[in-house]
Design a protein around this ligand. Sequence first.
Ligand code: HEC
Ligand code: HEC
Ligand code: HEC
Ligand code: HEC
Ligand code: HEC
Ligand code: HEC
Ligand code: HEC
Length: 420
Amino acid sequence: MVSYGETELKPSVTLRFTLSIGAMVLVGGVIFFYFCMEHEFPSTSGAATAREIRPAASTRLNADALPPSVAARVSAWEKMIAANFAGDDACVQCHPSESQAHQRSGHSHTAIKMADSALAKQLIELGTYADPLRSQTFQFEMNEGQFTVQDVSPGAQSIKVPVTWLLGSGTHAQTPVTVDLQTQRGIELRWSFLAGQNGLGVTPDQTRYQQFRNRSVECFGRPMDSADIRSCIGCHATVSAPPELPFLDALVVENVGCERCHGPRKKHVDLAHRGQAELAKPLISLDDPDVYMNICSGCHRDESSVAADALPHELARFQPYGLKRSACYLKSGQSMTCSTCHDPHDTVSHDRAFYVSKCQSCHSETTQRSCPQPLRGDCIECHMPKTQWTAGIAFHDHWIRLPDDDSRSPKKTASDAVDR
Ligand code: HEC
Ligand code: HEC
Ligand code: HEC
Ligand code: HEC
Ligand code: HEC
Ligand code: HEC
Ligand code: HEC
């Protein structure tokens, strides 16, 4: 665990950023800032309890309805966030290139309100969608700014649920999530936008849920408990509700913004406007490769956060996990990070020549071991093959290794899978 000393930030609370693998905890009196590390699409969820569905109207949690002690803590938390976080817009003026790059990256639009999304508009036009694996038809509607989905299959008794969040930029996929603030439970919906199909399909990993109980949340998708909701939103947002507080949409600072990686920057912004930016010591020093890798691993996952029973083709999705196993990383004297090959602000480049030049900066006749193979194709094809995760979605395996090191090696390049 890496911890950082106190900073000069002393508003209502003293902030200290403590970073453990995959979890970020702000220690400040009563307040903890915590992103759980549950795994996406847990394999146990088939057995999750099927709850009775509530009608859509009762799912709105009125802020006035919170018990006074909880309301006070929510408001203290909101004040603390407002006092310490400046928001992405505050950075554009002085850091235009990072800001523009960030706009191109999926980080900047990976968690949005469903009702505000382009997908919602398209689904309203589409009207209905028939599940390819179950005899179910879903109907989409927008009522008073709320996006709802209704099961209109015969016998479904017209149950309707509001859909609150849409996760994913759409580079690969977008998955809607519904959160019932009253019960603090939710649903990962069964249908997702899949870029590889350029349309709706069954949410990855939900293809196996073909049985469901009528009038239960299972009609709509995978039931989620409170921890599941928090981890899901927590990895797609800058700030989310801490465990002591109820999950409220208003407590979410959407998307992976500047301050998720750089820490709260309000003080920096205030001082910078007075020409004293250098007085604001960063809470997170990304110059330290361990700190750097831990930040990314918190969401992209490494050996401490991947499921023990994950299969090789699933592991290929977790770049820090792979990279940290590679001889390139292990034998480069702690100098390699994701920035060796990527601008962490920008969307991933698909320029192969660029990556090959990165490989060759270390691997040439005179430096590291060089490749004995006749260099057909490029280094990436053979040493970081594209590996299919699920139908239509593939990732480049970041465990850089010899192609015949097949002990745990996944199937090689999936030519039928999409690249992005
Ligand atoms: C009024 C101008 C200004 C604004 C607004 C501003 N910065 Fe800066 N920033 C600077 C200056 C000047 C430096 C160089 C300071 C130094 O030399 O340490 C800097 C340095 C940085 C650095 C590198 C050094 C470090 O502290 O880690 C980061 C990261 C950074 N800013 C992030 C941000 C973020 C995130 C925001 C928005 C929340 C932001 N800045 C808003 C002026 C600004
Ligand atoms: C441990 C952190 C973590 C959790 C928990 C998590 N995600 Fe993600 N998610 C990621 C990361 C990192 C990516 C990008 C790389 C990838 O696809 O693995 C991603 C990608 C996605 C994408 C595809 C985005 C795109 O177009 O490339 C979707 C959709 C998505 N997540 C939805 C969800 C949903 C829904 C949940 C909750 C049920 C969830 N995620 C939980 C970290 C997480
Ligand atoms: C996904 C994590 C991440 C996000 C999000 C992010 N940064 Fe960074 N940023 C980094 C890392 C890592 C570095 C260290 C330099 C490097 O490795 O490229 C960095 C470096 C910087 C620097 C210093 C650049 C230099 O040349 O020294 C500035 C300024 C900066 N970021 C501003 C921003 C701003 C503004 C945003 C939001 C628009 C932002 N960052 C979002 C990870 C991030
Ligand atoms: C808060 C969780 C989180 C953290 C921390 C994080 N990422 Fe991500 N990252 C994501 C998610 C979620 C996505 C998928 C975005 C989308 O929907 O397309 C993603 C996508 C990316 C992409 C692909 C972007 C694109 O548009 O092609 C890169 C590259 C990336 N992350 C690098 C990094 C690096 C490097 C770090 C550490 C410095 C980092 N990330 C830290 C959650 C995170
Ligand atoms: C920062 C320098 C650096 C970069 C960049 C780099 N490597 Fe390496 N790589 C190394 C080192 C150091 C070793 C270990 C050499 C040794 O064992 O003597 C290594 C080992 C390897 C091995 C042998 C793996 C094994 O298990 O024996 C392969 C294959 C390889 N690199 C391919 C690549 C490819 C392909 C790229 C580009 C995608 C790349 N490397 C980028 C430094 C680097
Ligand atoms: C056609 C597939 C292919 C391509 C393209 C390829 N390699 Fe290899 N590479 C291999 C194989 C196979 C080995 C294992 C050595 C052997 O058995 O001949 C290897 C071995 C290596 C090694 C370890 C050498 C050793 O001493 O054990 C390194 C380093 C390496 N490759 C780097 C690269 C780099 C850098 C590139 C791009 C410039 C590249 N490779 C392109 C297939 C390829
Ligand atoms: C040695 C170079 C190298 C390093 C280091 C590296 N990557 Fe990559 N990364 C690549 C290559 C090559 C691709 C494939 C680009 C393409 O589409 O052609 C890629 C693709 C990606 C993608 C897009 C999804 C995919 O798999 O195609 C994400 C996200 C990503 N990297 C994240 C990371 C993160 C996070 C780290 C640090 C843990 C990292 N990368 C370190 C070379 C690297």
